[in-house]
Every structure is written in structure tokens, then in C-alpha cells.
Write a protein that binds this ligand. Sequence first.
Ligand code: PMT
Length: 223
Amino acid sequence: LRPKDLKGMRVLMTAGPTVEAIDPVRYISNHSSGKMGYAIARAAEYRGAEVCLVTGPVNLPIPHGVESVHVQAAREMLHAMENRMDEADIIIKVAAVADFYVNNASDHKIKKTHGLPVIELEKNPDILATLGQRKKQQFLVGFAAETRDLSAYAKDKIARKNLDMIVGNLVTGPESAFGSDQNTVTFFYPDGSENALKAMPKEKVADHLLDAIVSRMHARRNG
Ligand code: PMT
């Protein structure tokens, strides 16, 4: 049994994909199932934290005792996080945020009899970078989903987005984190240190991640 070592802590999280409408029946999204984020939310609640989960659309039940906020587009996720970040002690951004939204989304179903539609993409706000700029005492954790050069990209994101930690994982090939029950992750820290874990169920990854956060926060408090 895990200790209630997160008692009194408020954890604000995101999970799942974002969904960017093309028209009322079509959208742009990605393969995130929500399993990784929901496992972390469940583990944090179990360890005594007050957990708020901002979630894109997934087919998973909200874990017992976890407050949920349901969003679709990245811009909605940004507002939900900005409104809640000041009260959080720990922020963990597991969601796979779409990098682009459709600037000319149609109010009505686009008809195929009207020729090929032109879909104009616009860059979504970078939620994690925004939180990184605005954070005060919060311990901010990002995820990095890459198809190659995991270490280089993850380290670049830590610095650029002002994070306290980033969790790197691959989203291609047989070990892809998307949708599976297992994950193979590496933790990266701003001081350049890193810790590569072996493949394990996402529930176990969640506990290792919370252990690492608790120990880093403890070290920070004790100078
Ligand atoms: O949901 P599962 O099927 O269990 O899969 C888990 C997962 C692969 C989705 C998860 O482990 C993971 O890697 N999540 C991050 C996915 C992602 O968007 O990575 P990224 O490298 O594109 O983004 C880096 C970080 O910036 C992420 O914390 C992301 O939430 C954040 N971001 C990205 C773009 C954006 N516009 N705003 C953001 O906040």
C-alpha cells in the first residue's frame, strides 16, 4: 500500500486528446486514449491529493474522487487550466494537444458536391508554455511524445517551457505509448539528470512519476 504522501496537495492535470472541429461532424485529433493521464489521476487521488482532471473526449470513466472538467478544443483546455492554475501545487500535462486548429471551420456540414474544401490551419496556443511563464510555486510537469530523438527534444522542451520535469515517451513502433496499457518512459530534469524506466503498466508509471515529484518537491523545500 502506498502512503497518503500527497495529502493536502492539489493536483491539476490534463489527459486525452484535444479535438479541433472542421465542421459539426468532422474533426482533427490524435490517438491519445487517456489511459496514461487517467492512471496518474487515479494514483494521485489514492495517495491523498485533491485532483482536478481537465480531459479531452475519451472512453474511460472518471476515477473515483477526481473532479473532472470536460473540454474539446485546445483553446478550451487552455482556459480551463488558466482558471485553475493558481490554486494548484502540482500541474501535470499529459494531454496530447493538437498543435493546429481549423481557422475556417464551417457552421454546417461541408458538402462533397461543392468541390474539395480548403482547410486553413492556425497554430494552437502552447498551453504548457503559457503555464510555464505564469507559474509561481507550482511543480510543473510536461510530457514529450516523440517519434525519434526523444532525449534531445525532451531536454529542449524542459528549458523552453520552464518545466520542473518532463516525461519522455515514444509514440511510434511496437512500444508506442498511444492507446497501450504499458509505457516505457524516461524522466528528464532541468539539472540535466535523467532516469530511464523499463516498460511497465501505466499504473506503475504513474506511481513512479508521483514518487519522483514528491522527492523533487521535498528536495526543493529543504533547499
Ligand atoms: O493517452 P494515452 O493513449 O495513454 O497515451 C499517452 C500519451 C502518449 C498521450 C502521453 O504519454 C503523452 O506523451 N502526452 C503528451 C503528448 C504531447 O502532446 O506531446 P508533445 O510532445 O506534442 O507536447 C509536449 C507537451 O506540451 C505535453 O505536455 C503537451 O500536453 C503540451 N502541449 C503541446 C502542445 C500545445 N499546443 N500545448 C501543450 O500544452
